[in-house]
Write a protein that binds this ligand. Structure first.
Ligand code: GLU
Length: 419
């Protein structure tokens, strides 16, 4: 299957076409934006612990470089497809453009269930994947980072593999590295923190603040954990969280620190003792809460369930959790859906700070890095919110975010003579 037939890719193109129609962008230009500049598919033969070779496949999609080197994560997931990787690379172009950072958009993926691999097999897979894409990445060319089921250890292997090819310590070729290898601790919390910051800013508009507001978080990985942690620290009441095995609910509120501990020690939120009820991931989305944070996977809020969603503020920690049809239904209901390209940009913004820091010889402190992130997230939320109120009020907030993002990319392409 080519990427053009993939439903996630088609959703990304649909979002682009809708905003292009509003901005009166000609069809030929939309066609340029709808496809990646380069797409590489690689074979990754891994010698498994049982002595046999197993072949995996991976991709790197480089969508647009008008604003700078390609930037975006690499995910390891059994459902990764070429179309999903291309769609995610397009979303990175808009995310980086909207964030106002000097990057284009890229994304990578390997079709694998990393939980089935031993640490040694995982290291071999990671090194071989990076080796296979090494000719098209680089500190000023394409800068990968973690995504679903990849982490600072994966980045350390990527960085080491690349450094051994080029013959020097190429710190800047990946971001979200471990602290000892030029990373920032702040990068670990940054995506979830950013998702929490924009939820808090939206809560200020709706209720005057986030204190006492109820929150449900779908997905308790790196994004969901820190979104829940910060929102509860700021006085919100987190009543439900979930992971891929199920959800827990307590209308009186969960002890977030405790749930994080249980999740980290046992791998399942349902092992937490303070839940009133076990529910499904689908039920969690429809709970009577003020704020919903979908922080798991794509297409969980659809035209089938959008009508039953009660949250007034939805902060998209995941990429693509709301379909375009659901976005319109939620707009009609008066909900604010803070779009992924704004709500989960904290990760890549911190990646930019780390990358710049590496190139300056590690200049910034952790504290300064966090201050910059806070400042940028608040500023970006304000810009998109104002644009939405001024130009696109009848549309989902996503339309305003897309308009700002696409316009910046188009301007750069025009100046460079590409269109
Ligand atoms: N994978 C993250 C995202 O989807 C982070 C990308 C990065 O830091 O480059 O935004």
């Amino acid at each position: 299957m080519t990427y053009e037939n993939d439903p996630v890719y088609q959703m990304a193109v649909k979002q682009l076409r809708e905003v292009a129609a509003l901005l009166q962008i000609p069809d030929d230009v939309v066609e340029v934006l709808a496809h990646p500049e380069r797409l590489l598919r690689v074979k990754i033969p891994v010698r498994m612990d049982n002595g046999k070779i197993k072949v995996f496949f991976g991709w790197r999609s480089q969508h647009n470089s008008a604003l700078g080197p390609y930037k975006g994560g690499v995910r390891y997931h059994i459902n990764v497809s070429e179309g999903e990787v291309v769609a995610l690379s397009m979303w990175m172009t808009w995310k980086n453009s909207l964030a106002g950072i000097p990057y284009g958009g890229g994304k990578g993926g390997v079709k694998v269930n990393p939980k089935e691999l031993s640490p040694r097999e995982l290291e071999e897979l990671s090194r071989k994947y990076f080796h296979a894409i090494s000719r098209i990445v680089g500190e000023d060319v394409d800068i990968p980072a973690p995504d679903v089921y990849t982490n600072p250890q994966t980045m350390a292997w990527f960085m080491d593999e690349y450094s051994s090819i080029v013959g020097y310590n190429a710190w800047g070729v990946v971001t979200a590295k471990p602290k000892e290898l030029g990373g920032l601790y702040a990068r670990i919390v940054s995506t979830g923190l950013g998702t929490a910051i924009v939820a808090r800013e939206a809560a200020k508009k709706v209720w005057g603040g986030v204190e006492g507001r109820t929150v449900a978080v779908q997905g308790f990985g790196n994004v969901g954990i820190y979104a829940a942690k910060y929102l509860s620290e700021w006085g919100a009441k987190v009543v439900a969280v979930s992971d891929s095995k199920g959800a827990i609910y307590n209308p009186e509120g969960l002890n977030v620190e405790e749930v994080i501990k249980v999740k980290q020690e046992t791998g399942r939120v349902q092992n937490y003792k303070g839940a009133k009820k076990f529910i499904t991931n689908e039920e969690l989305l429809e709970l009577p809460v003020d704020i919903l944070v979908p922080a798991a996977i794509e297409e969980v809020i659809t035209k089938e369930n959008a009508d039953r969603i009660k949250a007034k503020v939805i902060s998209e920690g995941a990429n693509g959790p709301t379909t375009p049809e659901a976005d319109i239904i939620l707009r009609k209901k008066g909900a604010i859906v803070i779009p992924d390209i704004l709500a989960n940009a904290g990760g890549v913004i911190m990646s930019w700070i780390e990358w710049a820091n590496n190139r300056m010889g590690n200049w910034l402190t952790e504290e300064q890095a966090l201050e910059r992130l806070e400042h940028k997230m608040v500023e970006n939320f304000g810009r998109v919110y104002d644009e939405w109120q001024k130009r696109f009020y009848d549309h989902p907030m996503r339309t305003a975010a897309y308009a700002l993002a696409v316009e910046r990319v188009l301007k750069a392409m025009q100046l460079r003579g590409w269109i």
